[in-house]
Design a protein around this ligand. Structure first.
Ligand code: GDP
Length: 282
């Protein structure tokens, strides 16, 4: 994909920064989007994790297909990860994440104390591709309890740890990972999540692929939102555009259907969840 030539440079820098921070933490909290927990999980973490425990958190579970989410959580658990799903719009769910980290690290912290080290807070790093909820998570915790723990050697000013509970500290800026684009399917899924500028992939292609997928997996959502049903065997594309334009009363431009506006409205419905709960991966 020629458009993505900027990617290796960004990735190398992100990897360097992340490896540096990983040294300071006890656990990596890896946020992935519940609507596509495979595509939004960056394999780069494997290379920089440095054997630190990892908690995979499937975010925005309120926007995803419940059944699929459950299967994905079980899948990651079966691979040996700690895994859970959350709705970050509910602050009370944040404690589940912190408690899970405490459980994972209980033995390590105990051992440290048995070896005579002073009790200390768990340190965590939050990472993920854009739009998975990293800042929502960190900011909500930080605004509850901002208590900067002061400089630690090797941790730059821009990367402070904040204490969010008596025994829990987070880096105050998340690790932003660039998505993996090796496969077109993955790039597309990430575009469906709103995590990359959609201009990277042709919008009309994305629209067609999303429609095809929804028609097979979630026909009821199309029916409910746009009173739309169509047969993939037929020449459906133009009629789908026309139909949505009509249902949503999209103004014509010089007598022609405004295809761009149809696409825009459709993806807004996808991104803000008004289309309903769905997952892009089986
Ligand atoms: P970041 O790019 O990873 O830092 O993502 P943000 O924290 O900026 O979140 C992106 C958008 O998703 C924001 O509009 C959040 O309000 C929203 N968001 C984050 N977590 C959730 C969630 O669990 N459920 C829903 N419905 N929206 C969420």
């Amino acid at each position: 994909m020629a458009q993505l030539q900027w990617f290796p440079g960004h990735m190398a820098k992100a990897r360097r920064e992340m490896s540096e921070r990983v040294k300071w933490v006890d656990i990596i909290i890896e946020l992935v989007y519940a609507r596509a927990p495979y595509s939004s999980k960056n394999p780069m973490i494997d290379e920089i994790a440095n054997n630190k425990p990892r908690l995979v958190v499937l975010t925005k579970s309120d926007m995803a297909d419940e059944e699929r989410t459950k299967e994905w959580v079980e899948y990651y658990q079966s691979l040996g990860y700690e895994a859970m799903d959350v709705n970050l719009k509910r602050f009370k769910e944040y404690n589940r994440i912190i408690n899970q980290c405490r459980r994972v690290l209980k033995d390590k912290m105990l051992k440290e104390q048995q070896r005579g080290m002073k009790p200390r807070a768990i340190r965590a790093l939050v990472v993920g591709i854009p739009n998975v909820g990293k800042s929502t998570f960190i900011n909500a915790l930080a605004s509850k309890k901002v208590a900067v723990t002061g400089n630690k050697p090797g941790v730059t000013k821009a990367q402070q740890l904040i204490r969010v509970a008596k025994d829990f500290e987070l880096f105050d800026t998340p690790g932003v990972l660039w998505p993996k684009f090796e496969e077109e399917r993955i790039a597309r899924n990430i575009a469906f999540l709103g995590s990359i500028k959609q201009t990277i992939l042709p919008l009309d292609d994305l629209f067609i692929e999303a429609m095809k997928y929804l028609n097979v997996h979630y026909p009821k959502l199309l029916e409910d939102r746009y009173q739309l049903s169509f047969d993939l065997e037929s020449d459906w594309i133009l009629s789908v555009f026309e139909h949505i334009a009509k249902v949503r009363a999209i103004k014509k431009i010089r007598g022609e259907t405004d295809y761009d506006r149809v696409i825009e409205i459709f993806f807004n419905d996808i991104f803000d969840g008004s289309i309903g709960r769905l997952s892009w991966e089986d």
